[in-house]
Write a new protein. Sequence first.
Length: 329
Amino acid sequence: MRKLLCINSSFDDPCLNLATEEYLLKNAEHDVFMLYINAPSIIIGKHQNSLSEINLDYVEKNKLKVVRRLSGGGTVYHDLGNINYSWIMHAEQGKIIDFKKYTDDILAYLQSLPVDATRNKNNDLLIDGKKVSGNAEHVLKNKLIHHGTLLFSSELNKLNDAIKPDSSKFEDKSVQSKRSRVTNIVHYLSNDLSKNQFRNNLFNFILKKYNNAVEYQLTTQELKSIKQLATEKYRTWEWNFGYSPNYLFKKELEINNNKVSISLFIKKGLISNIEFIGNFFTEKDIRIFKGTLLGIQHRKTEIKNALKTKQFKGVLNKLSEEKVLELFF
């Protein structure tokens, strides 16, 4: 009989937790239920344009990690008040996608507290009409990851600040996030339940419900493989940003009573073409931009490095490095 391995992750690193999910999806012989909490971070859906989903200035100022997950759906903000759950399950062909099945136990647990939680047509879990849990799935052959959030005591003001982008600058075919009214579960509890108690009670709720459920600790070899996957994939710019669908980025600035407009064509995260509107830059300036920046990553560190080359000295006499970066992001 296949077991249900129940894992209460000690990681708060989103790269490690997402790598754990992928590793178990590809390698676990048994089914898995896992709980984890991530340090403040932004988790991007697989088919999203990362830059168009985040408030880049806020992310940089607060040193938030931006990490792409395997599943589709929208962008979510994680912090230490947000508890995440994952089901990594074997299933019959044709019966793999089942959002209701994998939210049933979470809904039952919330109602047992008791909290008057409901589920809407999108399979979000709600309290008082406000979202406390969203979820997404990813299928690999006859297995899937179903994972979701549980807003227990999240800093919702930071959630709104972190994922409040200026989407007018982007044209692409990526999946766009849909914003919902959200709230925290802790506000609706009649008992004084801490976050850790809430988490551990949910873990025990699953352990008790299923006869095949066993508490499980990852082995040394599994941890080694997970850390390697995190390093080679989930910590890389190429996965978290470069994997975004191709997009067109447009920006306009007012500089010394002159309008400076730019269009960047981005393919696989790389600048494939640059177009300027207006006469602020000379033909020579434009040749320098194209000769230096075409083919590099649409990434601040890469553009900063390019601006240090001798060719850019004349351009930077007109436009400071800070203004160039403002124009490009």
